[in-house]
Design a protein. Structure first.
Length: 342
């Protein structure tokens, strides 16, 4: 049986297609009650649902948005995506999820696919991206929001959402200093990523405020994955107890540190304190539970979608400066930190 159409409803109710359309769009205030009721009963009998394609032709909107993320397997993203989807759903929007896998060419392919799907807006939340994505979206008049990215000379229907790591990282350093630590390791993310550099800069700046120079800090470049943390711990273990506190650029690497420490008979936090960043749900399940800089992940997704709606409803001029918004971080203290060993 074929899907019922608006013409079928009109025929069933004995009215015109325009009358059915007015009832469906809520513009039936000047219509007789009996007519409206006939149309509503016909819609129910036929189980009619209007075509989203037809609606988009009329409204010039598809009620869809796209979101590009780096790695669908990264535990950072689920709460962010929930925040996006919950906010989108409240406004009747569907969301296309695109996993770039840190690949700029793959990301550009997704951008073009989303443009072809005529999405109303795009959220870019990939830690590895290209300004060319934004140029492509701008050429096609698609509003965009970008998370944690420095966009130079960008103008138009664009919003930049920044997570301010400084407050949470400062709290992490304050906490370690209060525990007596003075010998630090930083396991960074890939240094070509802006977010890795911002997190490292925040950590080094906070330590500088306590008179601890960068030259006294062991910096190990990681890969934001558990195996990267394990590899970093192997380097730290070779230092024979020289360092007493480790700050990792994300929780996954911190989890790798905790796992590998056991292989080297290093007790966390008795011998060494460890702090991660992201405060993913797995941070409560590690042994010991992980102290972590907290990112408001659900709020990131929620705020991002709200700001994208703002761009959709009130488009900015092509020469306008981008909207800018900032979210703060904090610190959640658990059992992976303790006073410096004697």
């Amino acid at each position: 049986m074929s899907r019922p159409t608006i013409a079928d409803v009109a025929r069933e109710a004995g009215v015109s297609k325009a009358t059915v359309s007015r009832v469906m769009s809520g513009r039936s205030e000047y219509m007789r009650d009996a007519t409206r009721e006939r149309v509503e009963k016909a819609i129910k009998r036929l189980n009619y649902r209007p075509s989203s394609v037809a609606r988009s032709l009329t409204s010039k909107r598809t009620n869809t948005a796209g979101i590009l993320i780096s790695d669908v397997g990264n535990p950072f993203y689920p709460e962010v995506i929930h925040g996006v989807e919950d906010t989108a759903f409240q406004d009747g929007y569907d969301v296309f999820l695109c996993n770039t896998n840190y690949d700029e060419k793959r990301g550009m392919a997704f951008v073009r696919s989303l443009i072809d799907k005529r999405v109303d807006g795009v959220l870019i939340m990939s830690s590895s991206m290209s300004d060319r994505w934004l140029e492509e979206l701008a050429r096609n008049n698609v509003p965009a929001l970008v998370l944690d990215w420095e966009v130079k000379n960008a103008k138009g229907n664009l919003c930049l959402l920044r997570v301010d790591y400084r407050r949470g990282v400062q709290q992490a350093v304050d906490h370690l200093i209060e525990l007596g630590h003075r010998r630090f390791v930083h396991v960074s993310g890939p240094i070509e990523l802006r977010t890795s550099r911002w997190r490292q800069r925040a950590f080094l700046s906070a330590l500088k405020g306590y008179g601890i120079p960068e030259k006294d800090i062991l910096i190990i470049e990681g890969d934001l994955r558990i195996d990267g943390g394990r590899a970093a711990m192997q380097v730290i273990a070779q230092q024979k107890g020289r360092y007493t506190a480790v700050f990792c650029a994300n929780d996954l690497m911190a989890m790798g540190i905790l796992s590998e420490a056991r292989a080297h008979n290093i007790k966390i936090p008795t011998d060494m304190s460890v702090i991660g960043l992201d405060n993913i749900w797995l941070a409560t399940q590690t042994d010991p539970p992980l102290t972590s800089v907290t990112l408001p992940r659900y709020q990131i997704g929620q705020t991002a979608m709200q700001l994208l709606f703002e761009l959709m409803k009130n488009p900015r001029a092509k020469d306008a400066e981008p909207l800018f918004s900032r979210l703060e971080t904090g610190l959640t203290i658990r059992d992976s930190t303790a006073p410096v060993p004697d």
